[in-house]
Design a protein around this ligand. Structure first.
Ligand code: FAD
Length: 532
């Protein structure tokens, strides 16, 4: 069994070990931040356990726009430091740690009657500044081409549904796009497990202290005490539920899913400025499984934090109306085959809530790393998916110092995740992932990189390479193989069909697709669990 393989059996064994033996560092929360911390700490030689109340990537980390972005939007709010950090981390992801999961995505901003001339000029200046960040980060134009003005024909080739009438041309600018956000989280968790970290899902921390936590195994109801020399709280928007000193101002972002065919199966993303804004855009992003996801909004979401946030009808209407301004045929509510929302864990630095703080669209995306005055744990909050690695580095630096641990320096910029090629110096070396696996379906390679062949080869159940079922709802592209379902159970810690449908694969983003294949997936998961 691979050291990086997460399974139900390993979970059971390591949970027993955690009850018996203290660890150096306990991480609470299995989103991108928590697994990033677990990997950073394990790579420095610390003994690590991570507990996640539900499943890996249960929270905000599966509801993102799936962009490894270079910080353009933070320039607009004057956050140059955040923008530079984003561009640097995008570079690390695309060239060293996860080149197999992140691709260069052309983004098309059509210059048409639906986009004001000032918005076109402002966007052009923004792209130029974003390109300076790319160069500053050392990302070559082979990896991410610079921005340029394109002719109408090229814009229409990249996004066929764009209205040709009054189309003068378009800005085309590239950014990084993840094949899937939850897949990045699982890859990080497995890489951490390969370095000895215990990754324990369905384990809720109910009481956080400086030297451990009370834990509940939600599968059995059993309670145990974990002892650690330091605890890191990476519970995102739920941080306030385990630490009363934390003050967050969650902001909801919503996306809708439409069949890619409805927009002419675009190769590029469409960017449409929000009316009246020079820095906010609605994106229509081509995604795996024959879909386009359209987002996003930025609405303050005060009050209790739900397990799964729900988009509102007005947010959905706003997204459809904004994108339709530049399309030849407007999108209608009937075109929507799925919708999802996520809550950004924005840190409220404004002092006591007097209601006079900035709107959530303006709150800084800077992350916060500090020792909690109330629990004594290290809180790591805010930030974003793209910058998980530097957040983890800061959190582990502080944890090591705070607890007086002996640990090596951080080296995660040079630590490839499972499925990545070995560290690469030049972008051309990124190519072999695809070249080597030419015979494999491109979709499989996009999801598993160098492990693609192994996913098929290690499957024990019959019909490994065949699809789990037909995509309905007009997508027609449900190219998830039966082998991937088995791999999710034998290597990626999936404990039931929901884990597979909603996080290891993203079939569940379209409820009709989910319902169509649920029976088959349940059967495959049952068989794979029985063979462990
Ligand atoms: C709509 C939207 C779009 C976004 N798009 C992008 C993007 O394109 N690119 C980008 O870089 N960033 C993006 N972001 C930001 C990014 O998604 C988040 O910053 C990031 O995912 C937060 O990760 P996290 O690990 O801190 O939190 P989460 O992913 O929410 O993880 C926290 C975890 O803690 C667990 N937990 C909670 N309480 C407990 C407990 N008591 N015990 C154990 N576990 C517990 C939860 O189950 C959850 O899994 C977007 C955010 C939103 C909302």
């Amino acid at each position: 069994m691979q050291r990086t393989a997460l399974t139900a059996r390993r979970r059971e064994r390591e949970l027993d070990e955690l009850a018996a033996e203290p660890v150096d560092l306990l991480v609470v929360g299995g989103g991108v931040t928590g697994v990033g911390v677990a990997l950073d700490a394990a790579a420095r030689g610390l003994s690590v356990a991570l507990v996640e109340a539900h499943d890996l990537a249960w929270g905000t980390s599966r509801w993102s726009s799936k962009l490894a972005h270079g910080g353009l939007r933070y320039l607009a709010t004057g956050d140059v430091g955040v923008a530079r950090e984003s561009a640097r981390e995008r570079h690390v992801l695309m060239t060293r740690t996860a080149p197999h999961l992140v691709r260069a995505l052309p983004q098309v901003l059509p210059l048409t009657s639906g986009v004001g001339p000032r918005q076109g000029i402002t966007a052009g200046i923004g792209f130029g500044l974003g390109d300076l960040l790319r160069r500053d980060a050392g990302t070559s134009s082979d990896v991410l081409p610079g921005p340029r003005l394109a002719r109408p024909g090229e814009a229409a080739r990249l996004v066929p549904a764009v209205a040709r009438e009054h189309l003068h041309g378009a800005w085309v600018a590239h950014d990084g796009q993840l094949v899937d956000d939850a897949r990045l989280v699982v890859a990080l968790a497995r890489t951490a497990a390969g370095r000895g970290a215990k990754i324990l899902t369905r384990v809720r921390a109910t009481d956080l202290r400086a030297d451990g936590a009370t834990l509940q195994d939600t599968l059995t109801g059993t309670t145990l005490t974990a002892r650690a020399r330091v605890v890191v709280n990476a519970t995102g928007v739920w941080a306030g539920t385990v630490d009363p000193s934390v003050r967050l101002r969650p902001s909801r972002g919503t996306h809708v899913v439409v069949p890619a065919a409805r927009l002419g199966s675009p190769a590029g993303a469409l960017m449409v400025p929000v009316p009246g804004s020079g820095s906010r855009f609605v994106f229509a992003l081509p995604a795996q499984l024959g879909r386009v996801i359209i987002g996003l909004t930025d609405e303050e979401a005060p009050g209790p934090v739900p397990d799964v946030p729900v988009p509102t009808p007005s947010e959905i209407d706003f997204l459809l109306a904004t994108v339709s301004r530049v399309l030849d045929r407007p999108l209608l509510p009937d075109d929507v085959v799925g919708a999802f929302a996520g809550l950004r864990p924005l840190v409220d630095r404004a002092g006591p809530d007097d209601g006079a703080g900035p709107g959530s669209a303006d709150l800084s995306r800077r992350h916060l790393v500090e020792v909690s005055p109330s629990t004594g744990a290290v809180n790591v909050l805010g930030g974003k998916l793209t910058t998980y690695r530097s957040m983890a580095e800061d959190a582990v630096d502080l944890a090591v110092k705070h607890a007086g641990l002996t640990a090596g320096p951080c080296w995660t910029t040079n630590l490839p995740l499972v499925g990545a090629q070995p560290p690469v110096e030049t972008p051309s070396l990124v190519e072999p992932v695809e070249t080597r696996a030419q015979a494999l379906a491109p979709a499989l390679v996009a999801r598993y990189g160098a492990e693609s062949e192994q996913v098929l080869a290690t499957a024990a159940l019959p019909g490994a390479a065949s699809a789990v079922g037909q995509g309905i709802a007009g997508t027609g592209h449900l190219d998830v193989t039966r082998a991937e379902v088995e791999w999710a159970v034998t290597h990626e810690g999936a404990l039931d069909a929901d884990d597979v449908l909603d996080r290891r694969t993203r079939i569940g983003l379209v409820p009709a697709d989910r319902a169509a294949v649920r029976g088959v997936v349940e059967e495959l998961v049952g068989d794979a669990l029985a063979r462990l």
